[in-house]
Design a binder for this molecule. Structure first.
Ligand code: GDP
Length: 428
């Protein structure tokens, strides 16, 4: 893979967040169409079906929903189905937006993401800022996403269309909220666009149109995504032991009865390799590899491959499990020390611990100390950690799970997020 890798493009993955109906699916459909990932013929097919149902404006959005439809029909599809490429970067859109179980799904998706795209309807500033927009921004920050592109969408339908004042006031409001949440200015970009009519998504608006001002000050959404995309993986990461958290498991294909998909955190893997699955400790053989829908005989860190596995029973492959090197498998642990930011007050209490797609019940066993922003101890053994404070805590998990130092964790109770941070130390 060494030589091949030098010819490789950078790969980047992002999650799409924002209030329902603000145009997330339509915008992604537009990106896929204008980058050639789906054809106009496909869109026309959807348009015909959508028009028959009186929902013509949803034709582009349906591109994003094909995954779930196919999934319901039991056809093998990988999470990397929604991908598109530019000359410089292979992009993957993680998570079809509009998922019913959004928050756990977003935690899982975000753990694989390099950046987030926040879609805001320019006509719906108030409802958006009060509703899911705010919740998603808080969550994106909590799960450790640093780079965020705001797509101020539907500017074709403001009154008047492409009104610069409306764009400016929407940008100012969103930026204010992002700053309050902890995003830094250099990691945020605001892009005016219209997913439905397509201006400034992958193509700059025509100079004669009302949207002409856009190009003077702003790149297209696609150009901005390229700017924020990470560089090629370092060779050091590729040489580390294999680690891939399973995001999805697919069963029942005819040629490949058992397949998994996820993002490779470190290492590399080739067809024919034997790998270990944790926590079960079972081994499996790699029978086939697909990256962005193409067969390959190798794949390296930062790719989001689908791996076809043999010599393993299906019950040993669950989302959240880790595919790893058999020489240096990831440890299965029950006790962790974590550095977190509290979003709600923390006591010794029961919690659900989320690490990407993995979730396990457990308890906060000790509040070790509260810390200031520089990591200096404020108080040892506090009785309670208040919302907004940083703290070191210990967690005892009900089951042994594959985790490592540095993994990002999110703590939830009763469906709300109470803390987020990183694992500092693990013990069996
Ligand atoms: P989601 O729930 O955020 O994924 O939103 P959808 O993509 O399903 O869009 C919701 C509605 O807004 C649909 O009727 C779309 O046609 C419409 N819509 C989406 N983007 C635009 C846009 O850029 N301009 C206009 N005028 N309508 C849009």
């Amino acid at each position: 893979w060494n030589e091949e890798k030098s010819k490789r493009k950078a790969s980047a993955a992002f999650v799409v967040i924002g209030h329902v109906d603000h145009g997330k699916s339509t915008l992604m459909g537009r990106l896929l169409l204008d980058t050639g990932a789906v054809s106009q013929r496909d869109i026309d097919k959807y348009k015909k079906q959508a028009t028959e149902l009186g929902k013509a404006s949803f034709a582009l959005a349906w591109v994003m929903d094909t995954g779930s439809e196919e999934r319901e029909r039991g056809v093998t599809v990988d999470i990397a189905q929604h991908y598109f490429s530019t000359d410089n970067v292979d992009f993957t859109i993680l998570d079809a937006p509009g998922h019913r179980d959004f928050v756990p799904n977003m935690i899982g998706g975000a753990s694989m993401a390099d950046l987030a795209v926040l879609v805001v309807d320019a006509n719906q500033l108030e409802s958006g800022m009060k509703g899911q927009t705010r919740e998603h921004i808080l969550l994106a920050h909590a799960v450790g996403l640093q780079k965020l592109v705001v797509a101020v969408n539907k500017l074709d339908s403001t009154t008047p269309a492409w009104d610069q004042e409306i764009f400016r006031s929407v940008s100012a409001e969103v930026l204010k909220l992002l700053k309050q949440t902890g995003f830094t200015e250099e990691n945020v970009a605001v892009i005016p666009c219209s997913g439905l009519s397509g201006e400034n998504v992958a193509k700059a608006p025509a100079a004669s149109s009302g949207a002409a001002w856009v190009s003077k000050e702003h790149p297209t959404l696609l150009q901005q995504l390229e700017k924020f995309a990470p560089h090629l993986t370092s060779i050091d990461t590729v040489k580390k032991p294999l680690r891939l958290q399973i995001a999805d498991v697919f069963r029942g294909g005819i040629t490949n009865p058992l397949s998994i998909a996820g993002r490779i955190k470190s290492g590399n893997v080739q067809v024919g390799d034997s790998v270990t699955i944790q926590p079960s400790g079972e081994t499996a053989t790699i029978k086939g590899i697909e990256v962005s829908g193409e067969g390959r005989d190798w794949t390296v860190s930062d790719d989001i491959p689908t791996l076809h596995l043999v010599d393993i029973e299906p019950q040993h492959l669950r989302s959240g499990d880790v595919v790893c090197s058999s020489q240096k498998p990831v440890k299965v642990v029950k006790n962790i020390t974590a550095k977190v930011q509290a979003l709600d007050s923390l006591l010794p209490q029961r919690v659900d611990i989320h690490v990407g797609r993995l979730h396990v019940p457990g308890g906060i066993s000790h509040l070790v100390a509260t810390e200031d922003a520089r990591g200096e101890t404020l108080k040892k053994k506090p009785r309670i950690v208040k919302a907004g404070q940083r703290a070191v805590i210990r967690l005892a998990l009900d089951d042994g799970v594959p985790l490592e130092d540095g993994d990002r964790i999110v703590l939830r109770t009763d469906g709300s997020t109470i803390a987020a941070g990183r694992i500092e130390a693990i013990s069996l």
